[in-house]
Ligand binder design. Structure first.
Ligand code: MIC
Ligand code: SF4
Length: 642
């Protein structure tokens, strides 16, 4: 039976288990990446494991999220990250060098290797044929210490691409089309494996746009083959020696299939407040727009910024629009400066921001009340932009540029053809902002500011979990709902006691005080609970407030793992109807937890003392997850192992 490239990589990295969908497997990790918002915890946890040096081939610590220094906290955290990276043998990409995923793609990606990153958009490097997976910081710490990564062997969805993009259709529309078909929970437990004749009509950065935003499907990851275009990309990066071919066998099998004819795609947009609220642009053209942002790890390559520059060249942004541009990396920044694109952007009135996540995570550029912001980003969850009173539309850089000129969602038929962009034939390579690790044996002092507090550790799993339903949520609750980001909260990422004061503040600002007053409890939720980011703070901070179990219809992958990693019991309603019969404030008791966890399939009985009823809950854990949760989480488990 012919193999697809996912199975080829999994096979060569398999440490335990068999490659059948749903089976528990463990794989070897070649590279890790962290960023500053998740990295402090990851490195504190790595230090707690007392392993002196990272054991991966490459580990890189990036600074790109927490960039606004409105207090001492972020600068302190960055100093900690720089010093600890140097000490333990990791590379450190300094603030200003760019967004982790864009820089990693350019400077570290390596076809056929496994990359684990403490950021949900780690799959960006899947554009260069890496099996690149997002996970919680603690999983990254374990991988840095040489441990394997445990996951359920995913279902492989083959996405066969045919034809080539035409007119204003762009790589962004490919992934928006997949989101339209499969929704934000359609990718859970799946890897999207792109293949077919259309692949050669997309270059590596276009592929990376598609694999990046595969995260919004809830997918484990997405990947493209390594072919002559991958080789050309790496050669331009003067890293041709890292290239190797990785193609599916001619008769490669997939568990599931989608076919997309690129030549039939037209510009699409995702309307507020979900990446799968996908609509053909022409149906919403004419809608007024007050802000436009081009950038983020999805769409801030050289091509993306040059096509934006080409469109706005010689014109001014609409008087009602605030137009911001964020180059994805310093390399891209220097390249658009050298080629004149930057001048065209400045000329059009663009507000040029530093190479970082910026507006994507609410670090500035918060849109005004009642306004609509069009962004080339990947997420438009309510409130993520820094305000719950504004809406975000996701679109390609081309459509963003037209919106900046028109002051509304554009009617592309009025704009002729997009300007051609000459591909760069030479690239400015300068790794001077990537600090190498110290040679082994060199003394390095780790600098810890007062914002850095140790990561709290849970107690062993209780056999009887009881408490009030502290909050009942609907479907698709995001990690931005559970643990918001933005300028006020992000600087507290290394300080769990303080960040816990913001848990669920977007849904119910009384949550933290109620949780403390009632001595903790349980959260009840709907489908796809915890979608979005990999931030383990969405598990640690609720744990700190006494959250002991989450009972929902279904979970998003990374958040479910993070709950287990911090000893919080994930329970699924055996019958969805029982969700309707449970209310906020009800006193729940879950007994026989240990047996249910050890026994696997039997599940638990949840007694609702307030209503005098009971219902069945599923506790579906893999063998590895059982051991981790029994110990109270991955940190105590790792200590026990040691
Ligand atoms: C995001 O896009 O939500 C983030 C910010 O990059 C997160 C990581 C974080 O919360 O620190 C992610 O996607 O994992
Ligand atoms: Fe940064 Fe936004 Fe990408 Fe997250 S999605 S890594 S915040 S640019």
């Amino acid at each position: 039976m012919g193999k697809n490239i996912v199975h080829k990589i999994l096979e060569s990295h398999l440490v335990s288990g068999t490659l059948a969908p749903g089976e528990e497997i463990a794989i070897r990790v070649d590279q890790t990446l962290t960023q500053d918002a998740t990295g402090t915890m990851a490195y504190l946890q790595f230090e707690a494991m007392q392993v002196p040096r990272v054991k991966t081939e490459v580990s890189v610590s990036y600074v790109d999220h927490n960039m606004l220094q409105t207090g001492f906290e972020n600068a302190d955290d960055h100093r900690y990250l720089q010093s600890v990276a140097r000490k333990v043998g990791a590379w450190f990409s300094r603030p200003g060098n760019g967004i982790c995923h864009q820089v990693h793609l350019e400077r570290f990606s390596s076809p056929g290797k496994v990359l684990l990153g403490s950021d949900s958009h780690t799959p960006t490097s899947g554009g260069a044929a890496m099996l690149a997976i997002g996970a919680g910081g603690l999983d990254i710490a374990v991988a840095m210490a040489g441990g394997a990564f445990h996951l359920k062997c995913p279902v492989v969805v083959g996405v066969r691409l045919e034809g080539a993009l035409t007119g204003w259709a762009s790589a962004k529309d490919v992934i928006l089309e997949v989101l339209r078909r499969r929704t934000v929970k359609g990718g859970v437990g799946k890897i999207f494996c792109y293949h077919g004749p259309g692949v050669e009509n997309l270059d590596v950065t276009q592929r990376a746009t598609i694999t990046n935003m595969g995260a919004e499907l809830g997918a484990t990851t997405s990947i493209f083959p390594s072919d002559r275009l991958t080789k050309a990309f790496l050669e331009l990066q003067q890293r041709g020696d890292t290239w190797s071919e990785l193609l599916p066998d001619n008769d490669a099998q997939y568990d599931d299939l989608e076919v997309i004819d690129l030549s039939k795609l037209e510009p699409l947009v995702a309307m507020p407040h979900s990446p799968d609220a996908v609509t053909p642009l022409k149906e919403v053209a004419g809608t007024k727009v007050q802000q436009v942002c081009v950038g983020s790890c999805t769409n801030s390559s050289y091509y993306d910024l040059m096509v934006t520059a080409g469109i706005v060249k010689g014109r001014k942004s609409h008087p009602d629009v605030s137009f911001a541009v964020t180059p994805g990396s310093r390399q891209v920044f220097e390249m658009i400066a050298a080629s004149g694109g930057l001048k065209d952007l400045i000329g059009a009135g663009a507000r040029i921001l530093e190479s970082a996540c910026g507006p994507c995570i609410g670090m500035g550029q918060v849109p005004g009340t009642g306004s609509l912001s069009v962004r080339s980003f990947n997420r438009n969850f309510k409130g993520r932009c820094g305000s719950t009173e504004a809406g975000v539309v996701l679109a390609s850089p081309e459509i963003c540029a037209l919106a900046a000129l028109d002051g509304e969602l554009p009617d592309v038929s009025r704009h002729g053809d997009p300007p051609p962009v000459e591909p760069a034939t030479e690239i400015i390579i300068d790794d001077g902002m990537i600090v190498p690790p110290a040679p082994e044996g060199e003394e390095v002092e780790v600098v810890r500011g007062p914002n850095i507090k140790p990561c709290p550790v849970n107690e062993e799993l209780r056999d009887k979990i009881s408490g009030p339903v502290l909050l009942k949520t609907g479907d698709n609750v995001t990690t931005d709902d559970i643990m918001p980001a933005g300028t006020k909260v992000l600087p507290l990422r290394s300080n769990i006691p303080r960040i816990s004061e913001h848990v669920f503040s977007q849904l119910d600002p009384t949550f933290p005080s109620r949780a403390k007053e009632l001595g903790g409890g349980i959260v009840v939720g709907g489908n796809n609970y915890g979608q979005g980011s990999s931030r383990e703070h969405a598990a640690i901070a609720p744990m700190y407030l006494g959250l002991r179990a989450v009972v929902v219809k279904s979970f998003a992958r990374i958040h479910r793992s993070n709950l287990i990693n911090f000893g919080i019991l994930p329970v699924e309603f055996a019958l969805e109807a029982d969700y309707d019969k449970t209310d906020q404030g009800d006193e729940l008791v879950i007994e026989g937890v240990h047996e249910a966890v050890r026994g696997g399939s039997a599940g638990v009985t949840v007694t609702n003392k307030t209503k005098g009823t009971s219902f069945k809950g599923r506790v579906a854990l893999s063998a590895y997850e059982r051991e981790v949760i029994m110990a109270g989480g991955l940190l105590p488990f790792t200590r026990q192992q040691a």
